[in-house]
Each structure stands twice: as structure tokens, then as C-alpha cells.
Write a protein that binds this ligand. Structure first.
Ligand code: AMP
Length: 438
């Protein structure tokens, strides 16, 4: 299977070759020919499968083959987040570099003026988040009446984020006759309802959720007390000389705190979350991609759809309370043929979440305990507070390791030590396994 055999034109083949892609991914092989035929599509694919090129390449081809005299928006790609819009925009520009189509990205959190100028200059393709797009329509700086292709990217996330009303408002502004593509990683009833009202005779394509079955992501768990997670992660990143690691925290405050901690111990880090300005988020992501910062600490929303080529490490500093989010998180690594590692730091409070994740992915994740960071057996599980001041943040860390009970004196023989270590590990794992709050 080659890109040529999918029916793509030379300027696109040239751009794809320049990207170093030799073979279409499964979603590309299935989606490209059908989209080129003008069919509507319901595609089950998540980030990391090559879905962006899967819809962008045929879209560029269709638009380049019938050009109206006046440049006007003919394709609209809606995404849930600004980061994803920026990324899709980059892909459109990259794959379309040998075609004379123009695209622009529209999202909130930045000045509207430059977007208005770009629209006035004439654009063929819009990549947008719903809110700002509707602002433009209201201000009459944008006309959607000539849209031929409408793409909803990561539709499930858009619904999760409460965009359904905005999506319906956008759809109402589009001409009746158009081609619609809906991409979603999951199929809830809400997605099915949206799909049935939006799509006409869609062809359905689906590729496996990569990370539930993927062998490319090596998953592991370290059992550790909440208050000692920062110190442990600092040591892991430092000792292993990790150069690029994306760390997920549950709260914005937690993200800031951890990023500050890393910077304090001399490991460059930045945080991205909803309270940061768009400029700060873009800068942090850019610095991370260019290896200027080693650690990017993110909350789930901020990290949605983020695509970093060959990202080697993802760390769950805290497990998400929704198991599906774990799959989305670790989907940031092990992409497009590169191996990745997903490490989760789990404290006793999160034992339940871990069970939920393992149930979802239908396998148990190997867990271990790091010497010097053994969980304190006297700490009992507490409910996790969602937000500032959660127990994970408020617990006092031990001031330093020298105060930790030394149960492994040098005088003891190595065998004795190993046996004790194994027993402790077993006890701790059992304690975590037995801990259920629900
Ligand atoms: P996506 O699922 O669109 O976020 O793409 C995931 C990653 O796969 C991106 O970094 C793309 O550059 C890369 N990619 C897309 N198509 C291919 C391909 N055919 N071969 C290799 N890498 C690809």
C-alpha cells in the first residue's frame, strides 16, 4: 500500500514524502479513497493514528481541484481545543505546501484583529474552535455559506467539553449540500445522535484504539506516598537523564507546583493549563517540542490532542478519576511506530483509580516500589479532593531521606536485604490491592 495507490495527486505525494511517511496508516488507507469520492464519513480513530493526514490530504485534493474565482472559506475543521486547532493548522500548511490554497486558524484567547485581517485576505480552509468561530460570524467578519467540507475532529471531546450547542449553531450556518466527516475516539449515544443528524449515508471506518492493545507503550506503576511523588519523579527524571517528559497532574495548582519544583532542582519545566494565557501555553509547548524544557506538566484539558513526534515518556503524576482519560493520556507516547513509556505514580488514595484503569484496558499494569520511597504502611486511604488543597498537595513531605527509618542497614547481608525488600513489596502491593473506598 502506497500513498500513490490511494489516488493522491503529486503535490500532496511530494509533501508526504518530505515528511518521511512511506506507508499510509490504517486510518489513512481506509479514509482517503472514500473522502476523495465525496462520501460522508464516521471515523473511529483517536490521536496518534495518523487521522489528521487521513482527512487533510483528501480535503486539500478536493479543494485544489475545483477552484472558484473568489477565495472564500470552503472547508471548516472544528476542533475542541486551541492546541489541537494549531496542530491541525500546521498539518494543513505542511501537507498543502505545494498547493496554492490558503488556510487560517481561528481560536479564542488571542486578539481577534489579526484573524479578521487573515479572513479579509481570503482563505480556503478554516481550522477553528467553536466559540471564536461564532464570534466572527456574529461580528460579520466570516461567512460560512460556501463551506463544501465540514470536519468535526475529536467530536467526543467536543461533547465532553460542552460544545454541543455551539456545534449545532455552526452546523445551522452551513449550506445544506456539503460533505461531512466526523472523527471520534469513542462512540457514545450522544455521538451517535450527532452523527445521525449530521451525516448522510456515511461510510464507517474504524481503527483499533491504539493504546489499549498497543505493544508500543510500556506501561508501569510505582506505588508511592502522595507527599513523596515530586521527590521521586525528580530523581527518576534526573537519574535517567530523561530529556522530554509529559507529566499529567489532576489540578492546575498541582501542575504549577510540580513545574516550580522541577525548576528548583535544576530540571527545566513548564506548566500548561486553563489558567495560563494562550500565548504562555503556546510558548511552553513550543519550548517543550524544541527540547528547551525537559518537563511539561499539564492538566488533561490543556493536553488534549497535543501531538509531539516520538514523545518518549508520559507520567501520570496522579491518576485521572476517569479511566478513559488514562488511555488518552498515554496515547501521547508510542505513536506512529515509536516506542514509548507511560509511568504512573500511584498512592494509596488512588488504588481504586488504578483498578478502574486496569479494568478498562483489560490488563494489569506491572507495579513496583522504589527503594527509599516505600509507602508508609500507617497511611490509610482518604477520599481524593478534586481541586486545590487536595490531600495529595497538603500532606507534609518528610524533610529529607536521612530521617526515614533505615531498615536496610549496611551490616545486613545482601540476601537478607533482598528478601526483606521482596516481602515489603508484596505487603505493600497487597495493601494497595485491598484498598477500596467505593
Ligand atoms: P495524528 O493521529 O493525526 O495526530 O498523527 C499522529 C502522528 O503520526 C503525527 O506526528 C504524524 O506526523 C504522524 N503520521 C501521520 N501519518 C503518518 C504515516 N503515514 N507514517 C508515519 N507517520 C505518520
Amino acid at each position: 500500500m502506497t500513498f500513490q495507490s490511494l489516488g493522491l495527486i503529486d503535490p500532496l505525494l511530494k509533501a508526504v514524502t518530505e515528511q518521511g511517511y512511506t506507508t499510509p496508516t490504517p486510518i489513512q488507507a481506509q479514509a482517503i479513497p472514500s473522502i476523495l469520492k465525496g462520501q460522508d464519513m464516521l471515523a473511529g480513530a483517536q490521536t496518534g493514528t495518523g487521522k489528521t493526514a487521513g482527512f487533510t490530504l483528501p480535503l486539500l485534493q478536493i479543494l485544489s481541484q475545483n477552484r472558484p474565482k473568489k477565495r472564500t472559506p470552503r472547508a471548516l475543521i472544528l476542533t475542541p481545543t486551541r492546541e489541537l486547532a494549531a496542530q491541525v493548522g500546521e498539518s494543513v500548511a505542511t501537507y498543502g505546501k505545494y498547493l496554492s490554497l490558503k488556510s487560517t486558524i481561528i481560536f479564542g484567547g488571542v486578539k481577534i484583529g489579526p484573524q479578521i485581517s487573515a479572513l479579509q485576505g481570503g482563505v480556503d480552509i478554516l481550522i477553528a474552535t467553536p466559540g471564536r468561530l461564532l464570534d466572527h460570524v456574529e461580528q460579520k467578519t466570516l461567512d460560512l455559506s460556501k463551506i463544501e467540507l465540514f470536519i468535526l475532529d475529536e467530536a467526543d471531546r467536543m461533547l465532553d467539553m460542552g460544545f454541543i450547542k455551539d456545534i449545532r449553531r455552526v452546523i445551522a450556518l452551513l449550506p445544506k449540500s456539503r460533505q461531512n466527516l466526523l472523527f471520534s475516539a469513542t462512540y457514545s449515544d450522544e455521538i451517535k445522535t450527532l452523527a445521525s443528524s449530521l451525516l448522510h449515508n456515511p461510510c464507517e471506518v474504524e481503527v483499533a484504539r491504539r493504546n489499549t492493545s498497543s505493544e508500543l507503550v510500556k506501561q508501569s506503576v510505582i506505588l508511592v506516598d502522595c507527599a513523596r511523588k515530586s521527590a521521586l519523579l525528580g530523581e527518576i527524571v534526573g537519574k535517567n537523564k530523561w530529556k522530554q517528559v509529559l507529566v499529567f497532574t489532576r489540578t492546575k495548582h498541582g501542575a504549577n507546583k510540580l513545574s516550580d519544583y522541577f525548576n528548583k532542582i535544576g530540571i527545566t519545566a513548564a506548566a500548561i493549563h486553563g489558567n495560563k494565557s494562550q500565548a504562555a501555553r503556546t510558548r511552553a509547548l513550543d519550548d517543550f517540542k524544541k527540547n528547551k524544557v525537559r518537563v511539561l506538566v499539564a492538566t488533561d484539558i490543556a493536553a488534549r490532542g497535543i501531538d509531539i513526534d516520538a514523545l518518549p515518556h508520559v507520567v501520570n503524576f496522579e491518576l485521572p478519576n476517569i479511566a478513559e482519560e488514562y488511555v488518552h493520556r498515554i496515547g501521547r507516547t508510542g505513536r506512529a511506530g515509536c516506542e514509548g513509556e507511560a509511568l504512573s505514580l500511584v498512592c494509596i488514595d488512588e488504588a481504586d483509580y488504578l483498578k478502574g484503569v486496569e479494568k478498562l484496558i483489560k490488563k494489569s499494569i506491572p507495579s513496583r516500589i522504589v527503594e527509599g520511597f516505600e509507602p508508609d504502611p500507617t497511611i490509610k486511604a482518604q477520599p481524593i479532593m478534586q481541586g486545590r488543597g487536595g490531600r495529595g498537595n497538603s500532606q507534609k513531605p518528610r524533610s529529607n531521606d536521612s530521617q526515614r527509618p533505615k531498615n536496610r542497614g549496611e551490616e545486613r547481608g545482601r540476601n537478607d536485604r533482598d528478601q526483606r525488600g521482596e516481602r515489603n513489596q508484596k505487603d505493600t502491593k497487597e495493601r494497595f490491592a485491598q484498598n477500596t473506598r467505593r
